[in-house]
Unconditional design. Structure first.
Length: 56
């Protein structure tokens, strides 16, 4: 059963916990981790290219 509350009635820490819990229930955490790894690898490639071109 879904519960409804007013966000204002929760402390910031409680609100973070509620949101994180909800996201974890609906996200594929392995796919998210893989996407984050790809993003970091792409970032490193871009920064290396900037260095090669003398832009950093």
């Amino acid at each position: 059963m879904h519960q409804t509350v007013q966000a204002e009635s929760l402390s910031p820490i409680q609100l973070v916990d509620v949101v994180r819990s909800g996201l974890r229930e609906h996200l594929d955490l392995e796919a998210l981790a893989a996407a984050q790894e790809r993003g970091e690898a792409e970032r490193e490639e871009i920064l290396a290219e900037f260095d090669r071109l003398g832009l950093r």
